[in-house]
Design a protein around this ligand. Structure first.
Ligand code: GTP
Ligand code: MG
Length: 192
């Protein structure tokens, strides 16, 4: 329904909201399309950095889903990066109706600094989030399991309690029910 340059310009916070964030090209827009069952709702691209604004989607006239710009794309100046980070952090900290953030990480990769820095920042600020392992269709089951264990072990070096981790694929729909069930449940909490 709208694209905003910062949280001040976002729609009125009258409905529960869930944000999707992650490094550029991790598959945020694809996951949003998979969850909503609409092929071209969020624009996808093989060119990193396509999403630059806070994009609000109103789902079932009932809750908001936001597609945030990816972090970590190379062709961006230091001042642009600082400005982007401030904008996103303000949104995540001050958006009143934001119930949870889905942080997407590429299931194929070992923990990436940009992601783990972000995880530490979210945890330190006590902001609720889940981790979504994307592009799981590109891995065998055993490789996926070992990458998941590696990720958990890495996070356990810092955190006693870990966020929920959901395995997903925009190609075969894995993770769709788990993510939507979480949202459905959280929506009832918001209403009550
Ligand atoms: P930015 O908006 O640039 O931050 O990127 P994004 O995170 O929105 O990524 P996007 O959804 O545009 O996907 C990037 C590329 O990865 C595209 O070529 C997608 O087709 C591909 N892709 C995304 N999700 C999956 C997945 O689950 N499996 C596979 N195999 N490819 C995927
Ligand atoms: Mg995108």
């Amino acid at each position: 329904i709208c694209s905003s340059p910062d949280y001040h310009n976002c729609p009125a916070p009258g409905m529960p909201e869930y944000a999707f964030i992650g490094r550029s090209n991790v598959g945020k827009s694809s996951l949003i399309n998979m969850l909503t069952g609409q092929k071209e709702l969020a624009r996808t691209s093989s060119t990193p950095g396509k999403t630059r604004l806070i994009n609000h989607f109103l789902i079932d006239e009932n809750w908001y889903l936001t597609d945030l710009p990816g972090y970590g794309f190379a062709r961006i100046s230091r001042s642009e990066r600082t400005q982007w980070l401030g904008m996103i952090r303000d949104y995540l900290q001050f958006r009143k109706n934001l119930l949870a953030t889905f942080l997407l990480v590429d299931a194929r990769l070992e923990p990436q600094r940009a992601d783990t820095d972000f995880i530490h920042w979210m945890g330190s600020n006590m902001l609720p989030f889940l981790i979504v392992f994307t592009k799981s269709d590109k891995l065998s089951g055993s490789k996926l399991d070992s990458n998941l264990s590696r990720y958990r072990a890495f996070l356990h070096k810092t955190w006693e309690e870990l966020p929920r981790i959901i395995t997903a694929s925009s190609v075969n729909g894995l993770g769709k029910d788990e993510i939507l069930d979480f949202i459905k449940e959280a929506n009832t909490v918001f209403r009550s």
